[in-house]
Design a protein. Structure first.
Length: 444
């Protein structure tokens, strides 16, 4: 069956087409300033509007395609400008592996493609049909968008900046369905770009989470990218065993004193995650007054640091965090207080002057130098625990675990409300018990 050729010759563009970039802009603003639900609705409206306008007035849609392409270009540029304008949450949510392509930030490719797309669409603005160059760019960008949407779905990512960009691309493509470009050629371009990205990154979807180390005493570098299960870790003896015990106690905040086995809140944090930097102080404030727990039960908050293979500095910071926990709980909390929210790629050398304002980094460095085996063991134990309880690779995440059976009681993820966490924990643990006064939270 031959490809249909639209009857657009001689058609005068109407003002109807301006509705498409306006709805796309509304979707971008919704993703930037409102909750995700508003963004999903706005994106759906933008795509359906582009489809309908493109079906009834393809000439007007084509006349306004440069504006849609420009919006996509501005979103990509906002990402390249850094977190000051618009935070890209894909890295926090475990998509850091897909942030670069051939060691170049993928948003440079996106911005360059959109710039060419906008220029080609501007040249085609008064033509009866789109040029092959404009059509090629439209469907190539759609192929890339479909690939990244697929990755986001597989990794459970919901990044407003990324989805705003994808909305502009999809709206531009569906509005061009009636252009005189063979359907088979469009499909071929989409598939080739999708498969090209699929093999350029990895045939399998890769979460940005350090796998469990092959050897618990081999250090972080041995498993940032290894990805194979570890054998049983060798037992520690003497000073290393005592240091490991101190570190485990140092990174554990006792919320309600009591007897073992404890009820345990396990919190996964990433030093480079701005959401973690926002949630953690509010979480500490919310739990300043201890929640209600069954009489005599101990409630603990255990911090576990997530390491990202896409950013080796996360492994370095995790080692120093473990060493700080060996010093004492105050040093560990000081490190979290000043270190959460560091920029991508910032390591110990850049972070040290900031930490020096609140605690002595030399004592942390000495602890790391004195007990490297215990540090490696703690990091390995965290990697195992995170592999078991993380849903995806996003941060922050928190679960409440029963210390008796080890089963998960409740889970929280993303930009959650710490006050709601406290209420949910109380409702899970004491669903029918009248409120009682609990002991105050104590620092480790």
């Amino acid at each position: 069956m031959p490809d249909p050729v639209p009857a657009t010759a001689g058609q005068t563009p109407s003002r109807l087409g301006i509705v498409v970039p306006l709805t796309v802009l509304s979707a971008v603003l919704a993703w930037r300033f409102f909750p995700a639900q508003a963004g999903w609705w706005a994106s759906g409206i933008a795509v359906w509007t582009a489809l309908l306008v493109g079906a009834f007035s393809p000439a007007s849609t084509r006349a306004n395609l440069p504006a849609t392409a420009l919006i996509a270009l501005l979103v990509a540029a906002a990402g390249l400008a850094g977190d000051r304008i618009w935070l890209c949450e894909a890295t926090c949510q475990g998509g850091g592996h897909y942030r670069t392509l051939f060691a170049i930030d993928v948003r440079w490719f996106a911005g360059g493609g959109c710039l060419l797309w906008a220029l080609a669409a501007l040249i085609d603005r008064r033509r009866d049909q789109a040029s092959p160059v404009s059509a090629l760019l439209t469907w190539a960008l759609l192929g890339a968008t479909i690939y990244f949407i697929h990755v986001g779905w597989r990794l459970n990512l919901t990044c407003g900046q990324c989805l705003a960009f994808h909305t502009a691309i999809v709206a531009g493509a569906v509005g061009a369905l009636r252009d005189a470009f063979p359907f088979a050629a469009r499909l071929l371009v989409v598939v080739l770009v999708f498969l090209g990205l699929h093999f350029a990154y990895h045939p399998a979807v890769v979460p940005d989470l350090a796998p469990v180390p092959m050897n618990a005493d081999a250090g972080v570098t041995a498993f940032l990218g290894a990805g194979r299960p570890a054998p049983a870790a060798p037992a520690l003896t003497g000073d290393e065993a005592a240091a490991l015990q101190r570190a485990d106690a140092g990174r554990t905040l006792v919320l309600v004193p009591g007897v073992d086995p404890p009820l345990r809140l396990e919190l996964a944090l990433d030093f480079h995650c701005p959401v973690c930097a926002k949630v953690w102080p509010a979480l500490r404030a919310a739990f300043a007054a201890a929640p209600q727990v069954p009489a005599g039960r101990r409630l603990e908050l255990v911090h576990r640091v997530v390491m990202r293979p896409s950013d080796p500095s996360t492994g370095e910071l995790a080692r120093y965090a473990a060493a700080a926990a060996m010093v004492d709980g105050k040093a560990y909390l000081a490190l979290l207080q000043t270190g959460l929210g560091l920029g991508q790629g910032v390591g110990w050398t850049e972070f040290r002057p900031r930490l020096k304002e609140v605690t002595d980094p030399a004592t942390i460095e000495q602890a790391l130098a004195a007990h490297p085996t215990a540090v490696d063991r703690l990091i390995a134990d965290d990697a195992r625990a995170l592999a078991q309880f993380l849903y995806g690779a996003g941060t922050p995440q928190m679960i409440l675990r029963d210390g008796v059976a080890g089963r998960e009681l409740v889970r929280f993820a993303g930009d959650f409300d710490p006050a709601a966490v406290k209420m949910a924990v109380a409702s899970v643990l004491m669903p029918t018990t009248a409120p009682t006064t609990a002991a105050p939270a104590t620092s480790p």
